[in-house]
Design a protein around this ligand. Structure first.
Ligand code: ZN
Ligand code: ZN
Length: 576
């Protein structure tokens, strides 16, 4: 064979080989394309479809629907039952809702999930949700409990204005019936407490200095006389609860979360007064904490006067401890409540002439707190009940930064009961989110005693907030049942003219709470692309009579597309 012939053959065979190679590549490409197409088709097939329901989406663009398709952790489609049913494949779980009401999972924007500080026997003297026993009645129960409880044990009870106002309620009167036990009488509002000598000693408060933002009442010799207020309570409770350890915390968080899942609560924004970061990390490491989304909002302990950021240092804006546990934002308690007359008001209290309440921190400290939040890019959560406290917050924010800087932080006012209509424009301009707690709307007798009937008509704005475009979220800070809170927000016993509609209440409890956590693009509505956090309710919260609402529970709860709670009622017979 000539060199030429060999070269020609080589060219031919090379070109044949090339043709063959091209053909193979083409075949592979076709196969590849069809595999990709198959993948794409699979990617569209939902893992779960919920069909035939009354779906409230909380999405203003499309508030009602019938059916939802979920794939993985996300909602992929919302629509009519016929349209969504068509998306289902052979492996898709079909949940027949049978007309049940479905809502985005409730997001409790203000919860207290940690364990109690003073662990021991709780004496329930007056079982109403807002107990207000007289001192003599309480002392009888205390004496009886002390006879049964082991020496040194904590005895706790919830009290109201009657005991907090009673000048006889000091450590000595508590010592007279329970000298060998640690007694902690806590104002049911979370503000104001009276301790006996053993409790004061155990908490190291007998002759401690006042921490910033707190007060220890003292006798003529400067020794604690029993009554403690504000940051003395918070820092002491925190220290006692932290000392109980991470297994107690883990159990407490787990139980709290599981209860919530049975009631359709898929997110908990937790005012973490009862633990610290180290204990939380240890609890998370046990793998036993909440299965709901758990947002941890730090409440720094204060120390000596002027010292106000002793604990909870974390770097950066958010610290993720587990896929569903993250630490973000910081809470400061700026005043008290009307119950113990510590909410700072522009007008004096109706039942204590000349008294306006009290700010926990001087204005300069408030400015420093806000400056710190600004520097760290951290959302401030400010417990502010009195209208004067709210005025101080507005003034301090304006003194520190332009409104636009605040808007990006979405500062939260927790409670904001006495927020005035004249303050709404400022609140709106600063991008402030109001987190209201329906339980606070249910004490008209106390409120009108403290603030007067005419002033009562001007407080606890809800409808006005929604109408004027101030972001509103709902948190429990009291009874946790979503049905109870929807009932109270829609009846509004304090100021019925400020009641929300059922739709507004559920939207504030879902989309509103998500907004308050910078999470409105992830959850809070039932819409394509959102996390599949969904509750199928036991009854129609939009239709039942108000007094039926408290019984509402969830028959199926989904967090991130995973069914985390399911009642047998909803399981089709063949799966039982
Ligand atoms: Zn508060
Ligand atoms: Zn609270």
């Amino acid at each position: 064979m000539t060199r030429h012939a060999i070269a020609a053959l080589a060219r031919t065979s090379r070109s044949r080989a090339l043709v063959a190679l091209r053909a193979i590549v083409a075949l592979l490409t076709i196969a590849g394309n069809s595999l990709a197409a198959q993948d794409r088709a699979n990617a569209m097939v939902p893992t779960v479809v919920l069909l035939g329901g009354k779906v409230f989406t909380a999405d203003p663009a499309r508030p009602w629907s019938e059916a939802i398709a979920v794939r993985g952790d996300r909602i992929v489609a919302v629509g009519s039952t016929a349209d969504i049913a068509r998306l289902a494949g052979p492996d898709t779980r079909r949940i027949a809702l049978g007309g049940r009401t479905v809502v985005p999972g409730f997001d409790d924007a203000h919860a207290h999930a940690g364990p109690a500080g003073a662990a021991g026997r709780h004496i329930s003297v007056d079982p109403s949700p807002t107990p207000d026993p007289a001192l003599d009645l309480l002392l009888d129960s205390l004496a009886a409990a002390a006879r049964r409880a082991p020496t040194g044990a904590w005895l706790t009870s919830s009290v109201g204005g009657r005991i907090l106002d009673d000048p006889r309620a000091t450590r000595s009167v508590l010592d007279s019936v329970a000298p060998d036990h640690r007694v902690w009488l806590a104002g049911w509002s979370g503000h104001g407490a009276i301790l006996n000598s053993a409790a004061l000693r155990a908490a190291g408060l007998l002759d401690a200095p006042d921490p910033a933002g707190g007060w220890i009442s003292r006798d003529a010799n400067g020794v604690a006389s029993g009554r403690i207020d504000e940051y003395v309570i918070y820092t002491t409770e925190n220290r006692l609860a932290v000392a109980r350890g991470d297994s107690v915390l883990a159990r407490s968080l787990r139980a709290y979360g599981e209860w919530g899942l049975r009631h359709g609560i898929t997110s908990v924004q937790d005012m973490a007064g009862q633990y610290d970061l180290a204990t939380l990390r240890a609890a998370v490491a046990r793998g036993e904490t909440m299965r709901a989304r758990h947002r941890v909002i730090r409440i720094p302990n204060t120390t000596h006067p002027g010292g106000w950021r002793a604990s909870w240092r974390v770097s950066g804006r958010d610290t993720v401890l587990a896929p569903n546990v993250h630490v973000s934002g910081v809470k400061w308690i700026l005043d008290g409540t009307p119950v113990e007359r510590l909410a700072l008001m522009r007008r004096p209290y109706a039942d204590r002439p000349g008294w306006h309440g009290r700010a926990n921190f001087p204005f300069d400290t408030l400015r420093a707190i806000l400056r710190d939040a600004l520097a760290r890019g951290e959302q401030p959560h400010l417990h502010a009940v009195g209208d004067s406290t709210i005025a101080l917050v507005i003034a301090a924010m304006r003194a520190e930064a332009p409104d636009a800087a605040w808007r990006s932080l979405r500062p939260r006012l927790e409670h904001a009961d006495a927020l005035g209509r004249d303050q709404l424009a400022d609140v709106k301009s600063l991008g402030i989110v109001v987190v209201q707690n329906p339980a606070h709307l249910a004490i008209p007798a106390v409120m009108s005693a403290r603030w007067g009937a005419d002033q009562l008509r001007a407080v606890d704005l809800l409808k006005t907030l929604v109408d004027s475009g101030v972001p509103l979220a709902i948190g429990s800070d009291g009874p946790r049942e979503p049905g109870v809170n929807i009932m109270l927000a829609t009846l509004h016993p304090n100021v019925p003219s400020e009641a929300l509609t059922r739709e507004q209440a559920v939207a504030a409890y879902t989309r509103g709470s998500a907004y308050a956590a910078f999470a409105e693009r992830q959850r809070g509505t039932i819409a394509p692309g959102m996390l599949a956090d969904i509750a199928v309710l036991s009854q129609d919260v939009f239709g039942v009579a108000p007094d039926a609402l408290p019984a509402t529970r969830s028959v199926l709860t989904m967090v991130g597309g995973k069914v985390v709670h399911e009642e047998a009622e909803l399981v089709p017979p063949h799966r039982r």
